[in-house]
Design a protein around this ligand. Structure first.
Ligand code: S3P
Length: 175
């Protein structure tokens, strides 16, 4: 069994980055955040990439980065919320990692992202409506990931503990 990565998938505001950092620390794995790498390499924020180059360019950058990271061992990877839009991304990550989907209620997502200006897909006067519509459109994609944790009422440590339990169970399933 050589699936040494843990890949956190899920909608914006479900806790992928904050949980991922804590999870990586507790397992002695290296934490990487896909948005952060893309922003650093492109030299501009995600919102500028969307504005100047288009969403399709951002998705292409994401796709290339998935292929790169799936080829490395021992990472905890926080993905961007749209990673599920291309099923090949989940396929590639699943080959070398344990993929877990975080989810949360729309009200909680709104609360977590209230003052946020970095997410172009939520740049709307009615953020709640955007969240509900996007979540609904993507629901089948998130729901197709078998291992899932609802972060709505859990603190970071509790989410980490749930993930570790699922990760352990996945070892038994496959060994
Ligand atoms: C996106 C989620 C964002 C970022 C970009 C698009 C999406 O990442 O990749 O704004 O399509 O859901 P987070 O999930 O880390 O906010």
């Amino acid at each position: 069994m050589n699936r040494t990565n843990i890949v956190l998938v899920g909608f914006m505001g479900t806790g992928k980055t904050s949980v991922g950092k804590k999870l990586a620390a507790s397992l002695g794995k290296t934490f990487v955040d896909m948005d952060e790498i893309i922003v650093e390499r492109e030299g501009k924020p995600v919102s500028k990439i969307f504005e100047e180059d288009g969403e399709s360019k951002f998705r292409a950058l994401e796709r290339a980065l998935v292929q790169e990271l799936a080829g490395k061992p021992n990472l905890v990877i926080a993905t961007g919320g749209g990673i599920v839009l291309n099923p090949k991304n989940i396929e590639d990550f699943s080959a070398t990692g344990f993929v877990v989907c975080l989810h949360a209620e729309p009200e909680t997502i709104l609360k977590r992202l209230k003052g946020d200006r970095t997410r172009p897909l939520l740049a709307s006067t009615d953020k709640m409506e955007r969240i509900i519509n996007l979540l609904e459109a993507r629901r089948p994609l998130y729901d197709s990931i078998p291992d899932r944790v609802d972060t709505t009422t859990l603190n970071r440590q509790a989410v980490v503990d749930h993930i570790l339990t699922l990760y352990g169970a996945s070892y038994h399933r496959e060994s």
